[in-house]
Design a protein around this ligand. Sequence first.
Ligand code: ATP
Length: 467
Amino acid sequence: MANNNAQKQKEDTLLEKIVSLCKRRGFVFQGSEIYGGFAGMYDFGPHGVTLRRNIESAWRSAMQAHDKMAFLDSSIFTSPKVWEASGHVSGFNDPLIVCFSCHSKLRADHLLEGIAVQADEKMTEGELNELFDANRTKITCPVCGKKNFGKVVQKNLLATSTLGKFEEEDQDVYLRGETAQGIFINFKNVLDTGFYSIPFGIAQVGKVFRNEISPRQFLFRKREFEQMEMQYFVHPKDAEKAYENWKEERMRYYVGLGIAQEHLRWKQHERLVFYARDAWDIQYKYPFGWDELEGVHNRGDYDLAQHQKFSGVDLRVTDEATKERYLPYVIETSAGLDRTILAILAESYDEDEMNGEKRVVLRFPPALAPVKAAVFPLLRNKPELVKKARDIFALVKKEIPETVWDDNGNIGKRYRRQDEIGTPYCITVDFETLEDNTVTLRDRDTGKQERVQSSEIIQRIKSTYAL
Ligand code: ATP
Protein backbone atom coordinates (compact mmCIF):
# COMPACT_ATOMS: atom_id res chain seq x y z
CA MET A 1 0.00 0.00 0.00
CA ALA A 2 2.83 2.39 0.96
CA ASN A 3 4.52 1.44 -2.32
CA ASN A 4 1.35 2.16 -4.27
CA ASN A 5 1.05 5.58 -2.68
CA ALA A 6 4.69 6.41 -3.46
CA GLN A 7 4.18 5.31 -7.07
CA LYS A 8 0.99 7.41 -7.35
CA GLN A 9 2.78 10.45 -5.94
CA LYS A 10 5.58 10.03 -8.48
CA GLU A 11 3.03 9.85 -11.30
CA ASP A 12 1.19 12.95 -10.04
CA THR A 13 4.39 14.91 -9.77
CA LEU A 14 5.50 13.94 -13.28
CA LEU A 15 2.21 15.25 -14.70
CA GLU A 16 2.49 18.38 -12.55
CA LYS A 17 6.05 18.92 -13.74
CA ILE A 18 4.96 18.59 -17.37
CA VAL A 19 2.07 21.04 -16.85
CA SER A 20 4.37 23.57 -15.21
CA LEU A 21 7.09 23.21 -17.87
CA CYS A 22 4.45 23.65 -20.59
CA LYS A 23 3.40 26.97 -19.09
CA ARG A 24 6.91 28.19 -18.26
CA ARG A 25 8.29 27.51 -21.72
CA GLY A 26 5.27 28.47 -23.80
CA PHE A 27 3.84 25.12 -24.88
CA VAL A 28 0.39 25.09 -23.27
CA PHE A 29 -1.54 27.60 -21.16
CA GLN A 30 -4.71 27.03 -19.19
CA GLY A 31 -7.71 28.32 -21.21
CA SER A 32 -9.05 31.74 -20.08
CA GLU A 33 -6.43 31.75 -17.32
CA ILE A 34 -6.75 35.47 -16.46
CA TYR A 35 -10.46 34.80 -15.73
CA GLY A 36 -9.67 31.89 -13.44
CA GLY A 37 -9.62 29.22 -16.17
CA PHE A 38 -12.36 27.43 -18.12
CA ALA A 39 -12.82 23.68 -17.59
CA GLY A 40 -11.52 21.41 -20.32
CA MET A 41 -9.87 24.18 -22.36
CA TYR A 42 -6.19 24.78 -23.04
CA ASP A 43 -4.45 27.30 -25.31
CA PHE A 44 -1.30 26.42 -27.22
CA GLY A 45 1.58 28.86 -26.92
CA PRO A 46 4.44 29.53 -29.36
CA HIS A 47 6.30 26.23 -28.93
CA GLY A 48 3.08 24.25 -28.49
CA VAL A 49 1.80 25.44 -31.86
CA THR A 50 4.93 24.17 -33.63
CA LEU A 51 5.03 20.88 -31.73
CA ARG A 52 1.38 20.39 -32.63
CA ARG A 53 2.01 21.16 -36.28
CA ASN A 54 4.97 18.76 -36.43
CA ILE A 55 2.92 15.92 -34.94
CA GLU A 56 0.01 16.61 -37.28
CA SER A 57 2.36 16.68 -40.20
CA ALA A 58 3.87 13.30 -39.19
CA TRP A 59 0.33 11.88 -39.19
CA ARG A 60 -0.48 13.40 -42.58
CA SER A 61 2.75 11.99 -44.06
CA ALA A 62 1.91 8.53 -42.72
CA MET A 63 -1.53 8.72 -44.35
CA GLN A 64 -0.14 10.20 -47.56
CA ALA A 65 2.18 7.21 -47.90
CA HIS A 66 -0.90 5.27 -49.11
CA ASP A 67 -1.57 5.68 -52.80
CA LYS A 68 -5.34 5.67 -52.36
CA MET A 69 -5.79 8.24 -49.62
CA ALA A 70 -7.98 11.33 -50.06
CA PHE A 71 -7.77 14.29 -47.67
CA LEU A 72 -10.82 16.24 -46.61
CA ASP A 73 -11.63 19.31 -44.55
CA SER A 74 -15.33 19.26 -43.68
CA SER A 75 -17.18 21.88 -41.64
CA ILE A 76 -17.68 21.86 -37.87
CA PHE A 77 -21.37 22.72 -38.27
CA THR A 78 -23.54 20.39 -40.31
CA SER A 79 -27.22 19.83 -40.78
CA PRO A 80 -28.52 18.58 -37.40
CA LYS A 81 -29.86 15.55 -39.32
CA VAL A 82 -26.28 14.25 -39.59
CA TRP A 83 -26.15 13.67 -35.83
CA GLU A 84 -29.65 12.16 -35.71
CA ALA A 85 -28.68 9.72 -38.47
CA SER A 86 -25.32 8.89 -36.89
CA GLY A 87 -27.00 7.94 -33.61
CA HIS A 88 -25.19 10.59 -31.58
CA VAL A 89 -28.35 12.50 -30.60
CA SER A 90 -29.85 9.42 -28.97
CA GLY A 91 -26.81 7.30 -28.09
CA PHE A 92 -23.74 9.48 -27.49
CA ASN A 93 -24.11 9.65 -23.72
CA ASP A 94 -22.01 9.38 -20.62
CA PRO A 95 -23.56 8.47 -17.24
CA LEU A 96 -23.21 11.37 -14.79
CA ILE A 97 -23.38 11.03 -11.04
CA VAL A 98 -22.95 13.79 -8.47
CA CYS A 99 -21.24 13.41 -5.10
CA PHE A 100 -23.54 15.22 -2.67
CA SER A 101 -20.69 15.73 -0.18
CA CYS A 102 -18.14 17.58 -2.37
CA HIS A 103 -20.39 18.34 -5.40
CA SER A 104 -17.95 16.67 -7.84
CA LYS A 105 -19.50 15.57 -11.12
CA LEU A 106 -18.25 12.09 -11.91
CA ARG A 107 -18.62 9.31 -14.52
CA ALA A 108 -20.70 6.51 -12.96
CA ASP A 109 -19.16 3.95 -15.36
CA HIS A 110 -15.64 4.96 -14.28
CA LEU A 111 -16.60 4.59 -10.60
CA LEU A 112 -18.01 1.13 -11.32
CA GLU A 113 -14.88 0.19 -13.30
CA GLY A 114 -12.89 1.18 -10.21
CA ILE A 115 -14.46 -1.77 -8.35
CA ALA A 116 -14.19 -4.04 -11.42
CA VAL A 117 -17.87 -3.80 -12.43
CA GLN A 118 -18.53 -3.21 -16.14
CA ALA A 119 -21.45 -1.00 -17.15
CA ASP A 120 -22.61 -1.94 -20.65
CA GLU A 121 -22.50 0.89 -23.22
CA LYS A 122 -26.09 0.14 -24.27
CA MET A 123 -27.61 0.26 -20.75
CA THR A 124 -30.59 2.55 -20.16
CA GLU A 125 -30.59 5.09 -17.37
CA GLY A 126 -32.80 2.77 -15.29
CA GLU A 127 -30.49 -0.21 -15.76
CA LEU A 128 -27.46 1.91 -14.84
CA ASN A 129 -29.18 3.05 -11.65
CA GLU A 130 -29.99 -0.54 -10.72
CA LEU A 131 -26.36 -1.54 -11.28
CA PHE A 132 -25.07 1.45 -9.32
CA ASP A 133 -27.50 0.84 -6.45
CA ALA A 134 -26.39 -2.79 -6.23
CA ASN A 135 -22.78 -1.59 -5.72
CA ARG A 136 -23.39 1.73 -3.97
CA THR A 137 -21.97 0.67 -0.61
CA LYS A 138 -18.64 -0.33 -2.19
CA ILE A 139 -18.01 2.93 -4.06
CA THR A 140 -16.29 5.97 -2.54
CA CYS A 141 -15.89 9.40 -4.09
CA PRO A 142 -12.32 9.68 -5.48
CA VAL A 143 -12.28 13.38 -4.55
CA CYS A 144 -13.55 13.43 -0.94
CA GLY A 145 -13.67 9.77 0.01
CA LYS A 146 -17.38 9.87 1.07
CA LYS A 147 -20.18 7.55 -0.09
CA ASN A 148 -22.91 10.06 -0.73
CA PHE A 149 -23.96 9.84 -4.36
CA GLY A 150 -27.14 10.94 -6.13
CA LYS A 151 -28.81 9.15 -9.07
CA VAL A 152 -27.19 8.27 -12.39
CA VAL A 153 -28.30 10.56 -15.23
CA GLN A 154 -27.40 9.97 -18.89
CA LYS A 155 -25.84 13.17 -20.31
CA ASN A 156 -25.50 13.70 -24.03
CA LEU A 157 -21.97 14.68 -25.05
CA LEU A 158 -22.84 16.74 -28.12
CA ALA A 159 -22.21 20.47 -27.63
CA THR A 160 -24.96 22.68 -29.03
CA SER A 161 -25.07 26.19 -30.41
CA THR A 162 -27.43 28.42 -32.35
CA LEU A 163 -26.94 29.61 -35.91
CA GLY A 164 -28.81 32.54 -37.49
CA LYS A 165 -29.56 35.96 -36.04
CA PHE A 166 -33.25 36.15 -36.97
CA GLU A 167 -35.35 34.66 -34.26
CA GLU A 168 -37.85 32.77 -36.37
CA GLU A 169 -35.05 31.16 -38.41
CA ASP A 170 -32.81 30.35 -35.48
CA GLN A 171 -31.73 26.76 -35.53
CA ASP A 172 -30.23 24.66 -32.79
CA VAL A 173 -27.15 23.01 -34.16
CA TYR A 174 -24.55 20.56 -32.90
CA LEU A 175 -20.83 21.18 -32.98
CA ARG A 176 -19.30 18.03 -34.40
CA GLY A 177 -18.55 15.36 -31.82
CA GLU A 178 -16.20 13.48 -34.16
CA THR A 179 -14.67 14.30 -37.54
CA ALA A 180 -15.78 10.93 -38.96
CA GLN A 181 -19.32 12.04 -39.82
CA GLY A 182 -17.94 14.77 -42.14
CA ILE A 183 -16.17 11.97 -43.97
CA PHE A 184 -19.25 9.72 -44.27
CA ILE A 185 -21.47 12.49 -45.65
CA ASN A 186 -18.80 13.32 -48.26
CA PHE A 187 -18.03 9.70 -49.16
CA LYS A 188 -20.06 9.87 -52.38
CA ASN A 189 -18.64 13.30 -53.32
CA VAL A 190 -15.07 11.99 -53.07
CA LEU A 191 -15.94 8.80 -54.98
CA ASP A 192 -17.70 10.78 -57.72
CA THR A 193 -14.53 12.77 -58.46
CA GLY A 194 -13.40 9.62 -60.26
CA PHE A 195 -9.95 9.56 -58.64
CA TYR A 196 -10.71 6.83 -56.09
CA SER A 197 -12.21 3.36 -56.04
CA ILE A 198 -12.83 0.78 -53.31
CA PRO A 199 -10.68 0.17 -51.31
CA PHE A 200 -9.60 3.72 -50.46
CA GLY A 201 -9.32 5.99 -47.45
CA ILE A 202 -10.43 9.50 -46.52
CA ALA A 203 -8.39 11.30 -43.88
CA GLN A 204 -8.98 14.52 -42.03
CA VAL A 205 -7.74 16.51 -39.07
CA GLY A 206 -10.04 18.85 -37.21
CA LYS A 207 -11.54 20.30 -34.07
CA VAL A 208 -14.11 18.27 -32.16
CA PHE A 209 -16.31 19.28 -29.24
CA ARG A 210 -17.69 17.12 -26.45
CA ASN A 211 -19.45 18.00 -23.22
CA GLU A 212 -17.17 15.75 -21.19
CA ILE A 213 -18.57 15.29 -17.67
CA SER A 214 -15.23 15.61 -15.95
CA PRO A 215 -12.46 17.07 -18.09
CA ARG A 216 -9.19 16.13 -16.44
CA GLN A 217 -5.57 15.10 -16.70
CA PHE A 218 -4.40 18.11 -18.69
CA LEU A 219 -4.57 17.48 -22.46
CA PHE A 220 -6.00 13.97 -21.98
CA ARG A 221 -9.68 14.84 -21.58
CA LYS A 222 -10.62 18.21 -23.00
CA ARG A 223 -13.94 19.60 -24.15
CA GLU A 224 -12.48 21.02 -27.36
CA PHE A 225 -9.81 18.83 -28.93
CA GLU A 226 -8.45 17.76 -32.26
CA GLN A 227 -8.90 14.42 -33.96
CA MET A 228 -6.84 12.92 -36.78
CA GLU A 229 -9.20 10.38 -38.31
CA MET A 230 -9.04 8.10 -41.30
CA GLN A 231 -11.92 6.05 -42.67
CA TYR A 232 -10.97 3.23 -45.01
CA PHE A 233 -13.79 1.98 -47.25
CA VAL A 234 -13.56 -1.71 -48.20
CA HIS A 235 -15.70 -4.51 -49.58
CA PRO A 236 -17.22 -6.35 -46.56
CA LYS A 237 -15.36 -9.55 -47.47
CA ASP A 238 -12.03 -7.69 -47.19
CA ALA A 239 -12.85 -5.84 -43.96
CA GLU A 240 -11.21 -8.20 -41.49
CA LYS A 241 -7.92 -8.33 -43.36
CA ALA A 242 -7.89 -4.54 -43.78
CA TYR A 243 -8.63 -4.18 -40.06
CA GLU A 244 -5.62 -6.30 -39.13
CA ASN A 245 -3.37 -4.39 -41.56
CA TRP A 246 -4.42 -1.03 -40.17
CA LYS A 247 -3.94 -2.20 -36.59
CA GLU A 248 -0.38 -3.25 -37.38
CA GLU A 249 0.35 -0.08 -39.27
CA ARG A 250 -0.94 2.24 -36.55
CA MET A 251 1.15 0.58 -33.84
CA ARG A 252 4.23 0.85 -36.09
CA TYR A 253 3.45 4.54 -36.59
CA TYR A 254 3.70 5.34 -32.87
CA VAL A 255 6.97 3.48 -32.50
CA GLY A 256 8.26 5.42 -35.55
CA LEU A 257 7.16 8.61 -33.83
CA GLY A 258 9.63 7.85 -31.05
CA ILE A 259 7.39 6.22 -28.42
CA ALA A 260 8.97 3.21 -26.69
CA GLN A 261 7.19 -0.05 -27.54
CA GLU A 262 6.92 -0.92 -23.83
CA HIS A 263 4.83 2.22 -23.29
CA LEU A 264 2.27 1.09 -25.89
CA ARG A 265 -0.22 -1.77 -25.81
CA TRP A 266 -3.48 -2.99 -27.34
CA LYS A 267 -6.74 -3.13 -25.42
CA GLN A 268 -9.92 -4.58 -26.87
CA HIS A 269 -13.20 -2.86 -25.98
CA GLU A 270 -15.29 -5.01 -23.71
CA ARG A 271 -18.31 -2.78 -24.26
CA LEU A 272 -18.81 -1.95 -27.92
CA VAL A 273 -20.18 1.51 -28.77
CA PHE A 274 -23.30 1.59 -30.87
CA TYR A 275 -21.57 1.75 -34.26
CA ALA A 276 -18.73 -0.73 -33.78
CA ARG A 277 -18.40 -4.40 -34.83
CA ASP A 278 -14.96 -4.65 -33.30
CA ALA A 279 -12.89 -2.06 -31.48
CA TRP A 280 -9.34 -1.98 -30.15
CA ASP A 281 -7.51 0.90 -28.54
CA ILE A 282 -3.84 1.68 -28.70
CA GLN A 283 -3.09 2.65 -25.12
CA TYR A 284 -0.16 4.69 -23.89
CA LYS A 285 1.34 4.52 -20.43
CA TYR A 286 0.59 8.12 -19.37
CA PRO A 287 1.99 9.48 -16.08
CA PHE A 288 -1.42 8.56 -14.54
CA GLY A 289 -1.54 5.05 -16.04
CA TRP A 290 -2.54 3.18 -19.20
CA ASP A 291 -5.24 4.87 -21.26
CA GLU A 292 -6.44 5.39 -24.82
CA LEU A 293 -4.32 7.16 -27.38
CA GLU A 294 -6.05 5.99 -30.55
CA GLY A 295 -9.07 3.85 -31.40
CA VAL A 296 -9.00 1.44 -34.34
CA HIS A 297 -12.54 0.34 -35.13
CA ASN A 298 -14.39 -1.83 -37.57
CA ARG A 299 -17.57 0.23 -38.04
CA GLY A 300 -19.14 -2.16 -40.56
CA ASP A 301 -21.64 -0.41 -42.83
CA TYR A 302 -23.45 1.21 -39.90
CA ASP A 303 -22.70 4.82 -40.78
CA LEU A 304 -23.25 4.65 -44.53
CA ALA A 305 -26.48 2.66 -43.99
CA GLN A 306 -27.77 5.26 -41.51
CA HIS A 307 -26.95 8.22 -43.79
CA GLN A 308 -28.45 6.40 -46.75
CA LYS A 309 -31.63 5.81 -44.74
CA PHE A 310 -31.93 9.36 -43.36
CA SER A 311 -30.90 11.26 -46.53
CA GLY A 312 -32.61 8.99 -49.06
CA VAL A 313 -29.41 9.08 -51.17
CA ASP A 314 -28.13 5.75 -52.49
CA LEU A 315 -24.60 5.38 -51.08
CA ARG A 316 -23.95 1.91 -52.47
CA VAL A 317 -21.10 1.22 -54.88
CA THR A 318 -20.93 -1.23 -57.75
CA ASP A 319 -18.40 -4.04 -57.88
CA GLU A 320 -17.01 -3.74 -61.41
CA ALA A 321 -16.44 -7.48 -61.83
CA THR A 322 -19.68 -8.88 -60.40
CA LYS A 323 -21.93 -5.79 -60.80
CA GLU A 324 -23.00 -6.37 -57.19
CA ARG A 325 -24.32 -3.25 -55.44
CA TYR A 326 -23.16 -3.01 -51.85
CA LEU A 327 -22.39 -0.65 -48.98
CA PRO A 328 -18.69 -0.70 -48.14
CA TYR A 329 -17.49 -1.45 -44.62
CA VAL A 330 -15.44 1.16 -42.80
CA ILE A 331 -12.18 0.60 -40.94
CA GLU A 332 -11.48 3.64 -38.83
CA THR A 333 -8.27 4.85 -37.21
CA SER A 334 -9.11 7.64 -34.81
CA ALA A 335 -6.23 9.42 -33.09
CA GLY A 336 -6.30 12.39 -30.73
CA LEU A 337 -3.77 15.11 -31.51
CA ASP A 338 -3.86 16.43 -27.92
CA ARG A 339 -3.36 12.98 -26.43
CA THR A 340 -0.45 12.39 -28.82
CA ILE A 341 1.11 15.68 -27.71
CA LEU A 342 0.74 14.60 -24.07
CA ALA A 343 2.28 11.21 -24.86
CA ILE A 344 5.22 12.81 -26.69
CA LEU A 345 5.75 15.26 -23.80
CA ALA A 346 5.67 12.45 -21.22
CA GLU A 347 7.94 10.29 -23.35
CA SER A 348 10.47 13.10 -23.85
CA TYR A 349 10.53 14.59 -20.33
CA ASP A 350 13.72 13.80 -18.46
CA GLU A 351 15.80 15.15 -15.59
CA ASP A 352 19.51 14.54 -15.38
CA GLU A 353 22.74 16.13 -14.27
CA MET A 354 25.16 17.81 -16.63
CA ASN A 355 28.46 19.35 -15.56
CA GLY A 356 27.42 18.98 -11.94
CA GLU A 357 24.12 20.84 -12.47
CA LYS A 358 20.60 19.39 -12.44
CA ARG A 359 18.67 20.03 -15.65
CA VAL A 360 15.27 19.34 -17.18
CA VAL A 361 15.38 18.23 -20.78
CA LEU A 362 12.75 17.36 -23.35
CA ARG A 363 14.31 14.68 -25.50
CA PHE A 364 12.01 15.22 -28.47
CA PRO A 365 12.78 13.25 -31.61
CA PRO A 366 14.39 15.98 -33.78
CA ALA A 367 11.59 15.77 -36.37
CA LEU A 368 9.02 16.80 -33.73
CA ALA A 369 11.15 19.37 -31.87
CA PRO A 370 9.53 22.82 -32.19
CA VAL A 371 12.97 24.45 -32.33
CA LYS A 372 15.58 22.57 -34.34
CA ALA A 373 18.54 24.83 -33.59
CA ALA A 374 19.44 27.92 -31.58
CA VAL A 375 22.20 30.33 -32.60
CA PHE A 376 24.11 32.26 -29.90
CA PRO A 377 26.80 34.92 -30.07
CA LEU A 378 29.23 34.08 -27.25
CA LEU A 379 28.94 37.66 -25.96
CA ARG A 380 26.13 40.04 -26.80
CA ASN A 381 28.21 43.22 -26.34
CA LYS A 382 30.86 42.48 -28.99
CA PRO A 383 29.52 43.89 -32.28
CA GLU A 384 31.86 41.83 -34.49
CA LEU A 385 30.67 38.60 -32.82
CA VAL A 386 27.02 39.61 -32.99
CA LYS A 387 27.34 40.50 -36.68
CA LYS A 388 28.99 37.17 -37.53
CA ALA A 389 26.40 35.28 -35.48
CA ARG A 390 23.56 37.20 -37.16
CA ASP A 391 24.94 36.26 -40.60
CA ILE A 392 25.15 32.57 -39.65
CA PHE A 393 21.68 32.72 -38.05
CA ALA A 394 20.20 34.19 -41.27
CA LEU A 395 21.75 31.41 -43.36
CA VAL A 396 20.57 28.60 -41.06
CA LYS A 397 17.09 30.07 -40.61
CA LYS A 398 16.61 30.32 -44.38
CA GLU A 399 17.13 26.56 -44.68
CA ILE A 400 15.71 25.54 -41.30
CA PRO A 401 12.90 27.96 -40.37
CA GLU A 402 12.53 26.40 -36.90
CA THR A 403 15.79 28.09 -35.83
CA VAL A 404 15.88 30.75 -33.10
CA TRP A 405 18.25 33.49 -31.96
CA ASP A 406 19.18 33.53 -28.27
CA ASP A 407 21.53 36.03 -26.62
CA ASN A 408 19.83 36.28 -23.24
CA GLY A 409 21.99 35.49 -20.18
CA ASN A 410 25.20 33.48 -20.16
CA ILE A 411 25.78 30.42 -22.35
CA GLY A 412 24.96 28.01 -19.51
CA LYS A 413 21.55 29.64 -19.00
CA ARG A 414 20.87 29.57 -22.72
CA TYR A 415 21.65 25.83 -22.84
CA ARG A 416 19.30 25.14 -19.91
CA ARG A 417 16.51 27.11 -21.58
CA GLN A 418 16.96 25.37 -24.94
CA ASP A 419 17.14 21.96 -23.18
CA GLU A 420 13.77 22.69 -21.59
CA ILE A 421 12.14 23.24 -24.98
CA GLY A 422 13.95 20.26 -26.46
CA THR A 423 16.19 22.05 -29.00
CA PRO A 424 18.46 19.32 -30.40
CA TYR A 425 21.37 21.65 -31.33
CA CYS A 426 22.87 24.91 -30.10
CA ILE A 427 25.34 26.77 -32.30
CA THR A 428 27.73 29.19 -30.59
CA VAL A 429 29.64 31.81 -32.52
CA ASP A 430 32.87 32.88 -30.75
CA PHE A 431 36.19 34.60 -31.51
CA GLU A 432 37.54 31.50 -33.27
CA THR A 433 34.63 31.76 -35.72
CA LEU A 434 35.93 35.15 -36.84
CA GLU A 435 39.23 33.53 -37.77
CA ASP A 436 38.34 30.14 -39.26
CA ASN A 437 34.54 30.08 -39.72
CA THR A 438 34.07 27.19 -37.28
CA VAL A 439 31.32 27.20 -34.66
CA THR A 440 30.57 25.13 -31.58
CA LEU A 441 27.79 22.63 -32.19
CA ARG A 442 26.38 21.35 -28.91
CA ASP A 443 24.24 18.20 -28.71
CA ARG A 444 21.20 18.40 -26.40
CA ASP A 445 21.26 14.78 -25.24
CA THR A 446 24.95 14.27 -24.56
CA GLY A 447 26.03 17.89 -23.98
CA LYS A 448 28.96 17.10 -26.27
CA GLN A 449 30.45 20.12 -28.07
CA GLU A 450 32.23 19.92 -31.41
CA ARG A 451 33.98 22.45 -33.63
CA VAL A 452 32.28 22.33 -37.01
CA GLN A 453 32.73 24.41 -40.16
CA SER A 454 29.76 26.77 -40.28
CA SER A 455 29.09 25.72 -43.90
CA GLU A 456 28.42 22.14 -42.66
CA ILE A 457 25.93 22.79 -39.88
CA ILE A 458 22.78 22.99 -42.00
CA GLN A 459 23.39 19.55 -43.49
CA ARG A 460 24.37 18.11 -40.11
CA ILE A 461 21.17 19.30 -38.46
CA LYS A 462 18.86 18.48 -41.35
CA SER A 463 20.13 14.92 -41.57
CA THR A 464 18.86 14.25 -38.02
CA TYR A 465 15.22 15.05 -38.59
CA ALA A 466 14.23 13.50 -41.88
CA LEU A 467 11.22 11.39 -40.85
P1 ATP B 1 -12.58 7.91 -24.02
O1 ATP B 1 -13.06 6.50 -23.86
O2 ATP B 1 -11.22 8.17 -23.40
O3 ATP B 1 -13.60 8.95 -23.66
P2 ATP B 1 -13.40 7.68 -26.71
O4 ATP B 1 -13.38 6.19 -26.87
O5 ATP B 1 -14.68 8.37 -26.50
O6 ATP B 1 -12.34 8.12 -25.59
P3 ATP B 1 -13.12 8.16 -29.47
O7 ATP B 1 -14.51 8.61 -29.62
O8 ATP B 1 -12.75 6.80 -30.00
O9 ATP B 1 -12.67 8.30 -27.95
O10 ATP B 1 -12.18 9.26 -30.08
C1 ATP B 1 -10.99 8.97 -30.79
C2 ATP B 1 -9.79 9.64 -30.18
O11 ATP B 1 -10.05 11.01 -29.87
C3 ATP B 1 -9.36 9.03 -28.84
O12 ATP B 1 -8.56 7.90 -29.03
C4 ATP B 1 -8.59 10.16 -28.21
O13 ATP B 1 -7.25 10.18 -28.68
C5 ATP B 1 -9.30 11.39 -28.74
N1 ATP B 1 -10.21 11.91 -27.68
C6 ATP B 1 -11.44 11.46 -27.35
N2 ATP B 1 -11.98 12.19 -26.36
C7 ATP B 1 -11.06 13.15 -26.06
C8 ATP B 1 -11.04 14.23 -25.13
N3 ATP B 1 -12.07 14.48 -24.35
N4 ATP B 1 -9.94 15.01 -25.07
C9 ATP B 1 -8.87 14.77 -25.89
N5 ATP B 1 -8.85 13.78 -26.80
C10 ATP B 1 -9.91 12.97 -26.90
